[in-house]
Write a protein that binds this ligand. Structure first.
Ligand SMILES: [Zn+2]
Length: 203
């Protein structure tokens, strides 16, 4: 068993891979609260001899290039990062099923989003539709930024009741139950913007 033990289950970013008592954190993994977790979509590879676990990527995400625009949904939040399952790459439907990683910490300035000393970590929720720009492909992982004004949450349903939402300044408001929550939103936030991307992509 020199080459290690390969399981066949595909895991997603943020998913538990091993405990730090059992293995060392190898390529495409990170440690959070004593847990080794996946930093990319792939198959965990356990090297039982060296006690190292790494994630072998199932596909190469090199279809994306730096500067590309991606739209996807938040599939997982982990620490100050989130993984985004890509639905559209440059407004074309992407069937590859790749994920991208983005920071949930938004740089102040530039976007006009930060007010006074309100900066740092903002709220994102699983299922939010997010638009971002690819800025790095380090370690075969697609890293996107959502700092600029056209990037951020493009559309989401109410976190409370699942109702439709509208933008009010820097927050979203549910038209069903009235719940309001601050987000980093795109400048064209709303259902129509998302519909438009969908329409364009199926041409
Ligand atoms: Zn609601």
């Amino acid at each position: 068993m020199d080459k290690g033990n390969e399981s066949t289950a595909v895991i997603v970013p943020g998913e538990h891979v091993a405990l730090i008592e059992e293995f060392e954190s190898g390529k495409n993994t990170y440690v959070l609260d004593g847990d080794i977790r996946a930093a990319t979509v792939g198959i965990p590879l356990y090297d039982l001899k060296r006690h190292v676990v790494k994630i072998k990527q199932k596909n190469s995400p090199m279809l994306a290039k730096i500067g590309d625009t991606v739209v996807g949904y938040v599939e997982m939040l982990f620490g100050s990062m989130m993984s985004i399952r890509i639905l559209y790459l440059n407004e074309k439907k992407s069937l590859a099923g790749f994920s991208a990683i983005a920071s949930t910490r938004i740089a102040s300035g530039g976007s006009g989003w930060s007010r006074g000393d309100r900066r740092g970590r903002v709220i994102f929720r699983v299922g939010d539709i997010v638009r971002g720009r690819v800025f790095s492909l380090l370690n075969s992982t697609i890293h996107i930024t959502i700092d600029e004004r056209e990037y951020g949450v493009l559309y989401t349903l109410c976190f409370n009741c699942g109702g439709d939402t509208v933008r009010i300044n820097n927050s979203i408001k549910c038209i069903e139950c009235g719940s309001q929550e601050e987000r980093k939103l795109t400048n064209d936030y709303g259902k129509e913007a998302f519909r438009l991307i969908h329409k364009t992509s199926i041409k």
